[in-house]
Design a protein around this ligand. Structure first.
Ligand code: GLN
Length: 490
């Protein structure tokens, strides 16, 4: 039997239901694992041992009473961008270093209502801006497969925690790839739901038209279980969709007969790592073997513009969202200036890191009177073109498959001085956010570099609110391969 801390939700549920382990034992195993490895991985900003043990005991009582939900008693790591009542929520920023929210995010409420056990809050790029978790104001997180490398970002702490056995599953957020890219780098499953599927209430806003919360887990089935728990309309987020939530575990048949898949030409670029490309092409062969038809003729011609569109729209929305950090309402407040304006200026000068300031400057520039039409409005128009190209493709195909990233995990420090090369890490993931689609990353192989085995991810994209088709493809692939069963040695 694997170690308790390495179990999937499904395996843990089975042991809990049969009363072979208690939630307290499972939670203790995860907390001990954190104590053993987190000094090296640094996935957590805050470990919530007291909360966890209290919730574990409540879960055990609930299981004993015969009224357990699928997540009752299961340890979860929550990205520090999600508000947790009474528990510090930092966004890995000096600005919110001591901010303790008076309420729980919607998704956190849902997990707690189901009896999940929160073991801690995970490290991230400051305000979710980044692809490596190096933009955390506190410390970088390390990739469990090679501690000299980044875990990806911005949900790098969550992905590393799942990979390293420091939780059973995690929540992340994805604005341009921040669930899928770190999941790929850490060899775990990451799901970004359709925009509107999950309420963003209590998610600290980065770019509101792109942000979505989703699960990071050790199997596609686990991700489906978590998605069942967190999806659905919420009156507190007017963009959450008034749609029925299907049981996302229902379609996980392992069979892809009759499914039409496509690989867009623009997602196999010349400058991508050839080993990542080969791992992806081998994954496509597996999908064919499972009965799917795979077409390589699809073209999504606006894809090359997606990066530019994203880096106009996301900073524009960020500049508006981050205006609230003025030293008055939340968190850090500089008080020794000569007047209110100086205090406000110094609060933002000291409270925000370089990348956040860069985004605020880009965004305010793109939204300023003289440039709005040339940049923001134009980006919105190209956004529509990107969405239409996906719509047309989904009239013909059930899902699109593509790589998640052009390279495997890079070294800590390798890209920090070059924001453009950092931004390029998300070329294959951010079109999905621009079009509001669901996207999944599932492990599809390893490349060897400097003596380390580094995971590679396969991306599956579906039409809006068809997470079921996306998960069916990802699950069938996963079950036909053994990549997801491998664990890093720590
Ligand atoms: N890496 C992208 C960025 O820096 C996406 C981040 C995210 O999805 N939160 O904006």
């Amino acid at each position: 039997m694997p170690e308790l801390y390495d179990l999937t939700i499904t395996e843990a549920r089975d042991l809990l239901s049969k009363r072979r382990v208690s939630s307290r034992e499972l939670t203790r195993a995860v907390l001990d694992r954190i104590a053993a490895v987190d000094a090296r991985v640094r996935a957590y900003v805050t470990v919530t041992e007291d909360v966890a043990l209290r919730q574990a005991d409540a879960a055990d009582a609930r299981i004993a009473a015969g009224d357990a939900a699928p997540l009752t008693g299961i340890p979860v790591c929550v990205k520090d961008v999600l508000a947790t009542k009474g528990v510090r929520t930092t966004c890995s920023s000096r600005m919110l270093e001591n901010f303790v929210p008076p309420y729980d995010a919607h998704v956190v409420q849902r997990l707690f209502a189901d009896g999940a056990v929160m073991v801690g809050k995970s490290n991230m790029d400051e305000f979710a801006m980044g692809s490596s978790t190096e933009n955390s104001a506190f410390f970088p997180t390390h990739n469990p497969w090679d501690l000299d490398r980044v875990p990806g970002g911005s949900s790098g702490g969550s992905a590393a925690a799942v990979s390293a056995g420091e939780c059973i599953f995690a929540l992340g957020s994805d604005t341009g790839g921040s669930i899928r890219q770190p999941a790929a780098f850490c060899g775990v499953v990451g799901v970004k739901p359709t925009y509107g599927r999950v309420s963003r209430y209590g998610l600290v806003a980065f770019a509101s038209s792109l942000d979505q919360i989703g699960p990071i887990s050790r199997s596609v089935e686990d991700a489906a279980i978590v998605l069942n728990a967190i999806s659905g309309q919420d009156a507190r987020d007017s963009t959450s969709a008034p749609l029925e939530v299907p049981d996302f575990t229902a379609g996980l048949t392992g069979d892809l007969r009759g499914m039409r898949l496509a690989v867009p030409k623009e997602y196999l670029t010349d400058d991508m790592d050839t080993r990542v490309r080969d791992a992806f092409l081998a994954a496509v062969e597996v999908l064919k073997g499972l009965g799917a038809e795979v077409d390589f003729d699809l073209s999504l011609p606006s894809t090359p513009a997606a990066l530019s569109v994203y880096y106009v729209i996301a900073p524009s929305e960020a500049s508006a969202n981050l205006a609230r950090y003025d030293g008055v309402k939340y968190g850090y407040s500089f008080q020794s200036g000569e007047n209110m304006w100086q205090n406000m200026e110094s609060t933002r000068q000291h409270g925000f890191g370089d990348e956040v300031k860069r985004r605020i400057m880009l965004g305010t520039y793109a939204l300023s009177a003289g440039y709005y039409d040339a940049y923001y409005l134009k980006a919105q128009k190209v956004r529509t073109l990107i969405r239409r190209e996906f719509d047309a493709a989904f009239a013909r195909y059930d899902a699109i498959v593509a790589p998640v990233t052009p390279t495997p995990a890079f070294r800590i420090g390798e890209k920090v001085a070059d924001p453009m090369s950092m931004y390029l890490n998300d070329v294959f993931t951010l079109p999905v956010n621009i079009a509001g689609l669901p996207g999944t990353s599932v492990p599809c192989g390893f490349v060897t570099e400097g003596g380390s085995a580094l995971p590679v991810g396969l991306q599956v994209i579906a039409k809006p609110f068809d997470e079921a088709a996306m998960l069916r493809v990802a699950h069938a692939y996963e079950q036909a391969t053994e990549w997801h069963t491998r664990r890093p040695t720590l």
